[in-house]
Design a protein around this ligand. Structure first.
Ligand code: AGP
Length: 372
């Protein structure tokens, strides 16, 4: 087993380190020299994709967070309405499905029972199902109409890391492909995104090289009971993912909030020295949201929170309000989760270690949940 860990203490650390390669492998061969997507493996006829009038994403846990981020990309680039639903809730509410609905089932293992039951239900109603999956030949892709495999390689640690990043890449590819097939108003933006996606692997590598202060910070918080996470837009699912990682690994109370919701309740939780991680949106493009979140940071800091700010390189506006500043490379807004999630994985892993927890096999959890 030591050899399989490749010199790392835990599979999770190895899998975090493998992310630049996992991202690059998932892109490999899927974008041609002209910047067009070549997803031949998505064997759903072009005509059927052109007729899609709604996308529904079903998934659990971390894969659900990938789905939440995919919604922003799909709706922005294709203008097709997109819903995201926890697979365990989906079939019990009699969802509206028909042959024009494209259901996307996201699963690392391809064996998650909740997701499998959701996709079976969707197919019974005549909808087409596209699986995004990391495990060749597993049940979910076998029972779907088409599959786009993520090429993360085997993920052993219970806490999902590299599978999540590759699920995001696959979701972006599907969103761009839908736009391409349907000839939706493409602009220079789409071509720019394809170019930016190609840079992500190297940007994740750069994030990984700067993680020592994050580990140090995590160790210093080992005795805390609670950590809160705030984000907006695609940063909101990133906040949820940061909180989920901390729950499952560090067994701490961790919650993610949409920062705009703070004033509707959660701000009452802020007390002296409470660590609050804030994912700051890209300073370009969405400047309104950026400015709003900077005011949120000021508000919580004024109430005593210890602010841990994740912000783009070059964003100086956050400096006066950040007790701890974690820098990430600048990306287009929609792609930011690919770099913003990485420090949160490192943070949770180090906190778990500092608390003496079993990193790869957290208590009460299984890698693949094959019961409903
Ligand atoms: C993530 O860290 C989890 N352990 C868990 O939420 C996981 O993502 C979920 O159970 C879904 O698994 P799947 O991707 O294999 O379907």
């Amino acid at each position: 087993e030591a050899a399989e860990k490749g010199g790392y203490d835990y599979f999770m650390l190895k899998e975090i380190a493998e992310q630049p390669k996992a991202v690059a492998d998932t892109l490999l061969g899927r974008i041609d020299a002209s910047g067009s997507l070549t997803l031949d493996e998505v064997r759903i006829p072009g005509q059927a994709l052109r007729e899609v009038d709604k996308v529904v994403i079903v998934a659990c846990g971390t894969a659900f967070h990938a789905g939440m981020i995919a919604k922003y990309a799909i709706e922005h680039w294709t203008r097709i309405p997109c819903e995201v639903e926890l697979a365990s809730e989906f079939r019990y509410r009699d969802p509206i499905l028909d042959p024009q609905t494209l259901v996307i089932a996201i699963s690392q293992s391809g064996e998650t029972m909740d997701t499998l039951m959701a996709l079976r239900h969707a197919r019974e109603q005549g909808s087409r199902v596209l699986a995004i999956c990391n495990t060749n030949g597993s049940t979910i892709p076998r029972e779907s109409d088409a599959v786009l495999y993520t090429h993360a390689g085997p993920e052993v640690a219970v806490a999902s890391t590299k599978a999540f990043l590759t699920q995001l890449v696959a979701c972006y590819l599907v969103a761009l492909y839908l736009g391409q097939v349907r000839g939706t108003k493409w602009g220079d933006e789409i071509h720019a995104v394809v170019r930016d996606l190609a840079k992500i692997s190297e940007q994740v590598e750069r994030v990984l090289e700067t993680m020592e202060p994050v580990r140090e910070l995590a160790r210093s918080l080992a005795a805390k009971d609670t950590v809160l996470f705030l984000g907006r837009h695609v940063g909101y699912p990133v906040a949820l993912e940061g909180a989920l990682k901390l729950k499952e690994l560090a067994y701490m109370h961790a919650e993610g909030f949409a920062a705009g919701e703070l004033k509707h309740g959660p701000i009452a939780l802020i007390e002296d020295d409470l660590p609050v991680v804030v994912v700051v949106p890209s300073a370009r493009g969405r400047s309104v949201l950026h400015d709003k979140i900077v005011s949120n940071i000021q508000e919580i800091r004024a109430r005593g929170a210890r602010t841990i700010v994740i912000a783009e390189e070059g964003d100086e506006t956050v400096v006066p309000y950040a007790d701890h500043l974690i820098r990430i490379p600048a990306t287009p807004t929609l792609l930011q989760p690919l770099v913003a999630t990485v420090p949160l994985q490192v943070f949770a892993c180090e906190l778990a270690t500092a608390r003496g927890n079993e990193v790869d096999q957290p208590r009460n959890l299984a890698k693949s949940v094959t019961v409903e």
